[in-house]
Design a protein around this ligand. Structure first.
Ligand code: FUB
Length: 469
């Protein structure tokens, strides 16, 4: 089981649309840069929104999750966030051996139940435990002394992670969870720590991969979840799809994509109303030094259509990687001489360093670098007459929806005085569209920087902006 997920992660690590009818102002972005956070679950209690997050502790360039505890953030305006610290950790579950992954908190009768996936050291890999506390901030203690859900639970998911718990108006609570395309659902007993009846495989949850989030609005049940099919995201990346139902156990009807892929390969939604405004809370790799295993929770406003469908969320997050906003800092590209292995005669290499902020990956209005009809690996390069210290690049890919597509992968290299070598500690070379893909690395002092770009089969590649910071 673990090997399957590790293989999926290896694939993810190897690869690295915004539209709206409303005009939201930028939201908090990210909620903190003091630590890396992931897998948000949101809860509103009184005038406060709480975010229960995972905590990414992978080193720069790490290729797997290092997650040992969960933090709780709170806010009364959804903009300024207080980190209340690690309110739960693996040590809360004496039977757990690692992997403090995506949890969720559900209130009932004045208590707060925190459902959390951990490596239970038993058969298989991940189990779901439950802790309980008397306040949204705990303290939390193990409510069962063992897993609520494990591989020995009949009809459990191929990977028992990512619980979402929803309590209906009649008091019946439901738990959804799963990964590896295996969504599962069950009723919970009123004690909230035991399943009530069989585990079902709900129908109609189209392209489910993992990370379900369940809620209800105007009598309709909503299930948002991470999908990673080619209809919504690049290879290895997730988008957030959603389905609706008239019964909490389904069947569900798939409604579409509510959040496009972000700058991290994984994504994980929480959708909630707070003080009259709906929000999509999610994570990306946008914080300084971020990456697929160094993620950051952020949130954006979410708007509804009159028919009860959700508008696609506009990623307004700033400061690196989210929402199509360039990162801050000195862009050394502006003073560089650009060259390339190949550029189409009708394209403009210089466009990659004109400082223009593209509206989307299809925005050719200020020119673009493109290498149609070449396929395979091509490169673009910056040179400076004297060495510059560079520790980050931001790449905005060109995608004309014809012969030029987002690349399969990329690699940043620098000239070490005698050869091109990979930059040290590269955080991952993102290939997301409609945004600046941030790659951080241990700063190098160099006169040349190169971006090797490998195309997807059957396509060429292009770049709208390439920043060197
Ligand atoms: O953070 C570890 C795993 O990555 C979560 O359980 C998934 O939802 C994905 O975000």
């Amino acid at each position: 089981m673990k090997r399957r997920w590790a293989a999926a992660l290896a694939t993810i690590a190897a690869f690295g649309l915004v539209l709206t009818t409303a005009g939201p102002a930028p939201a908090a972005s990210p909620i903190t840069t003091a630590l890396y956070t992931a897998d948000p679950a949101a809860l509103v209690v009184g005038d406060t929104m709480y975010l229960y997050t995972g905590h990414d502790e992978a080193a720069t360039g790490g290729t797997n999750f290092v997650m040992r505890d969960w933090h709780v953030f709170s806010s009364t305006d959804a903009t300024t966030w207080t980190d209340n610290g690690a309110r739960m950790s693996l040590s809360n579950f004496a039977w757990a051996g690692g992997d403090a992954w995506a949890g969720e908190v559900e209130p009932r009768n004045g208590k707060y139940y925190w459902y959390a996936p951990v490596n239970g050291r038993g058969a298989g890999w991940m189990d779901i435990g439950v802790a309980v506390g008397d306040s949204p901030l705990g303290p939390f203690t193990d409510a069962k002394g063992g897993p609520l859900i494990s591989d020995s639970t009949p009809n459990s998911s191929p990977l028992n992670i990512d619980p979402t718990v929803f309590t209906d108006d009649d008091g019946q609570a439901y738990i959804y969870w799963g990964s590896y395309n295996g969504v599962r659902a069950a009723k919970l007993k009123p004690d909230m720590i035991n399943l009530d009846g069989p585990v079902i495989t709900p129908a109609g949850v189209g392209n489910f991969w993992e990370a379900p989030w369940m809620f209800k609005r105007n009598g309709t049940y909503y299930l948002a979840y991470a999908a990673n099919d080619s209809g919504c995201s690049s290879p290895g990346y997730a988008c957030i799809r959603y389905a609706t139902a008239s019964n909490p156990m389904g069947p569900w009807t798939h409604r579409g994509v509510v959040l496009d892929q972000v700058t991290s390969t994984t994504n994980h939604p929480a959708i909630i109303e707070f003080k009259g405004q709906w929000y999509m809370v999610y994570h990306n790799a946008g914080a300084p030094g971020g990456g697929n295993f160094r993620r950051s929770v952020t949130l954006d406003k979410l708007y509804w259509n009159a028919d009860g469908t959700m508008q696609k969320v506009v990623q307004t997050t700033t400061g690196g990687g989210g929402g199509g906003q360039p990162p801050t800092g000195t862009n050394h590209a502006l003073a560089a001489t650009a060259s390339t292995s190949f550029v189409s005669a009708w394209e403009t290499l210089g466009a990659i360093k004109d400082g223009y902020v593209p509206a989307s990956s299809a925005d050719h209005s200020h020119g673009a670098y493109g290498n149609w009809s070449h396929q395979g690996t091509e490169w673009i390069e910056y040179r400076w007459p004297a060495a510059r210290s560079i520790g980050k690049v931001a790449t905005y890919w060109f995608d004309d929806n014809q012969g030029i597509d987002l690349p399969a992968s990329c690699q940043v290299q620098y000239w070490n005085g005698s050869a091109y070598v990979n930059v040290p500690g590269q955080s991952g070379c993102g290939v997301a569209g409609n945004t600046y893909n941030i790659t951080t690395f241990t700063p190098v002092s160099t006169t040349r920087l190169r971006l090797n770009i490998t195309s997807r089969s059957g396509y060429s590649t292009g770049v709208l902006e390439w920043m060197a910071l």
